[in-house]
Ligand binder design. Structure first.
Ligand code: HSE
Length: 436
């Protein structure tokens, strides 16, 4: 029997504690799969006490560089999160010839091209299953399970905190801030929770998914990103009356003119399975030309679900230790010299259907003006609802669903509608996807 593989952990917090516990609890099962033991030998963390974490025999240090420079360590697991010092530590580990497992989506989305190039030069693996959708093995599914396909599109609920907030607002009428506090206490939220709420975390994950689905370099800066903080309870209720749910989706689609990469609140027909993914759960729909649509569902955040993905990577890396680097699964699914240079579509060129809500003066001709502006932009209306005016009110809420149109035309139309005397304030616009 081969000697156990020695692992060094950067970060012994929520996920790190989970990795330590699951490695200890399932040691025998993991060894039966990996062909040798996987042993945690050192961990870097500023804390000195780790209640509820199995760390007997693990050396604790406050100096993360001690771990990446430790000659006794074969695989470094990076769980610090954030761009720096994670980038420096990972590059140093690679330079030292160590394999790396990371749950750090920000790091991979922003610096992955540089990190994978360094890893290739050193012949080491950088594995990142836990970076997207927590415990769901969606990286492996796309990179290996769907390798026969030309991927057409993917769409995912890939931020647990945001989904938890939208679900609680809809089901319990709870306050935004109150739900966010709970997500933080449960260890789901990012260190800076605006990353969850404003869609940055989802954009990191979408960058990674699009890269491995289409064989394009990681291009985080090109993702259109819109958060959920402007979604009101009214919109959630109106969407429901029309047969839709509002979800914060990451969408990436191959079109003839380029690839879409966008994160924004989205109306989805309520009968779609993904529309019923609630709470902290994540789900990713992937559509390939041969397989059709496939759906991956599970816990997108949390201690042991994320540890599950980290340890699966540890098992993969352990098996790869003795393999020829040229015959391993490429980091980004496609061979590094076969990445495609396909343009990313600007948001103005993206085509979707829309939900519009506006406050209209209750007098003749206002709706005629609105529909004329939409018609001028070739926007066809699918449904229109005018809410009963409140007693004494002079304005009414009007909700419209449109057919698909380029965002550029919709921007023009909204500008025109907001300039009408009969319309008060801003027009609320939420994109719609049928996901068929
Ligand atoms: N903050 C992230 C989420 C954690 O809520 O989904 C998992 O990446």
């Amino acid at each position: 029997m081969l000697k156990p593989v020695r692992v060094g952990l950067l970060g012994l917090g929520t996920v790190g504690g989970g990795v330590a516990n699951v490695l200890a609890r399932n040691a025998e099962e993991i060894q039966r799969r990996a062909g040798r033991g996987i042993t945690l030998v050192q961990a870097a963390d500023r804390a000195t006490e780790f209640p509820g974490v199995t760390i007997a025999g693990v050396k604790i240090t406050a100096d993360a560089f001690e771990v990446v420079n430790n000659p006794d360590i074969d695989i470094v697991v990076e769980l610090f999160g954030g761009y720096e010092p994670a980038r420096q530590l990972v590059l140093q580990a690679i330079a030292n010839g160590k394999h790396v497992v990371t749950a750090n989506k920000a790091l991979i989305a922003k610096h992955g091209n540089e990190i994978f190039a360094a890893a290739r030069a050193q012949g080491v693996v950088v594995a990142f299953e836990a970076a997207v959708a927590g415990g769901i093995p969606v990286i492996k599914a796309i990179r290996e399970g769907l390798a026969a396909n030309r991927i057409n599109w993917l769409a995912g609920i890939i931020n647990g905190t945001g989904n938890f907030i939208l679900t609680e607002m809809r089901d319990k009428g709870r306050d935004f801030a109150d739900v966010l506090r709970e997500a933080q206490a449960l260890g789901y939220a990012e260190a800076d929770p605006t990353f969850d709420v404003e869609g940055i975390d989802a954009a990191h994950k979408l960058t990674i998914l699009a890269s491995i689905a289409f064989g394009i370099p990681l291009q985080f800066d090109k993702v259109y990103t819109e958060g959920i903080s402007s979604i009101t309870r009214e919109d959630v209720a109106y969407a429901e009356q029309l047969g839709y749910r509002i979800k914060h989706l990451g969408v990436s689609r191959r079109t003839e003119r380029g690839i879409e990469m966008r994160v924004h609140p989205t109306l989805i027909p309520e009968r779609r399975l993904i529309a019923n993914v609630d709470g902290v759960m994540n789900a990713v729909l992937v559509n390939g030309d041969a397989v059709g649509s496939t759906l991956y569902y599970g816990a997108g955040a949390g201690r042991e679900p994320t540890a599950s993905a980290v340890i699966a990577d540890l098992v993969d890396v352990t098996r790869a230790l003795t393999s020829d680097p040229g015959n391993r699964v490429p980091h980004l699914a496609f061979q590094a010299d076969a990445m495609a240079n396909i343009p990313i579509l600007p948001m103005t060129e993206v085509e979707t259907a829309y939900y519009l809500r506006m406050l209209a003066q209750d007098r003749p001709g206002v709706l005629a003006d609105v529909t004329r502006i939409l018609g001028d932009q070739q926007i066809s209306i699918e449904a229109i609802i005018q809410k009963e005016p409140q007693p004494e009110a002079t304005a009414v809420q009007v909700i419209m669903l449109t057919h698909r149109v380029h965002e550029r035309q919709m921007n023009e139309a909204i500008r025109g509608i907001e300039a009408l005397d009969g319309i008060s304030g801003k027009v609320t616009r939420i994109r719609m996807e049928t996901l068929r």
